[in-house]
Design a protein around this ligand. Structure first.
Ligand code: NAI
Length: 241
């Protein structure tokens, strides 16, 4: 098993990519902590894998700190943090409201900052850590109707590279995954004709599955990737080439 005895916090771990990852990490021997603001789903997923479920909104620093200190009390360490929670609130630039801008920034960008800043002192103490941030191809390419979302996903890349430089010497690897279009409730919200057009642009001619991303998170969380730091790995079937 690739994660035997490791303690892994997975934000957004009760839905889409995060849930698939929670199941995979548990099957690889990790103690999985599901940090999701959907309380019932967090508890149900935790039950399925004998993990810990926390109702946490990553944009609220006090909630994040409380979860981290409870995990430390229970396990004494945190080895892996997957900053996966994220939302979309799409609108063209001209129509985007202040609320749409603020909400997406506070979860997708500030949430990643909160969780990482809260967890990292514990990783430094152990001299070991794996942090995986979820960006997106749109963080590099932009996307129609996603000023807010694309800005946060570009910020995730910048934070990944900055933290890789700061934390590498402490035994902590920080990397990002940039998914293309993956079949989850997030993409279900997109119009069918847009998804069809996307599929045609993917050189593999299909959308991704949650397992495609969970497998990449696993690779980056395991010691198979111990010499990878500051990388942004596209998992997009060739959409970005
Ligand atoms: P999803 O909507 O299926 O699941 C997201 C999960 O995060 C849900 O369980 C939700 O309750 C949780 N969540 C949302 N806001 C939260 C908050 N403030 N605090 C705690 N939990 C919160 O989304 P999906 O598709 O699984 O996306 C996961 C990540 O992958 C996101 O960061 C997303 O931006 C990114 N991504 C997804 C792509 C896709 O095609 N599905 C493509 C590129 C990136």
């Amino acid at each position: 098993m690739k994660l035997e005895g490791k303690v892994a916090i997975i934000t957004g771990g009760a839905g889409g990519l995060g849930k698939e990852t929670s199941l995979l990490f548990a099957s690889e021997g990790a103690h999985v902590v599901i940090a999701d603001y959907h309380k019932n789903l967090a508890e149900d997923t935790a039950k399925e894998i004998n993990g810990l479920g926390f109702c946490v909104d990553v944009s609220k620093r006090d909630q994040v700190d409380r979860m981290v200190s409870e995990v430390i009390q229970q396990f004494g360490k945190i080895d892996i943090l997957i900053n996966n929670a994220g939302i979309t609130m799409d609108s063209t630039l001209v129509k985007m409201t202040q609320v749409e801008w603020d909400q997406v920034i506070s979860i997708n960008q500030t949430g990643v900052f909160h969780c990482t800043q809260s967890v990292v002192p514990h990783m430094i103490k152990e001299g070991y850590g794996r942090i995986i941030n979820t960006s997106s191809i749109v963080g590099r390419m932009g996307n129609f109707g996603q000023t807010n979302y694309a800005a946060t996903k570009a910020a995730v890349i910048a934070m990944t590279q900055t933290w890789a430089k700061e934390l590498g010497r402490k035994g902590i690897n920080v990397n990002a995954v940039a998914p293309g279009f993956i079949m989850t409730s997030m993409t279900e919200k997109m119009p069918e004709n847009v998804l069809q057009r996307m599929k045609e642009k993917v050189s593999l001619q299909r959308l991704g599955t949650p397992r495609d991303i969970a497998n990449t998170y696993l690779f980056l969380a395991s010691d198979d990737s111990s010499y990878i730091n500051g990388a942004v790995i596209p998992v997009d079937g060739g959409l970005s080439i």
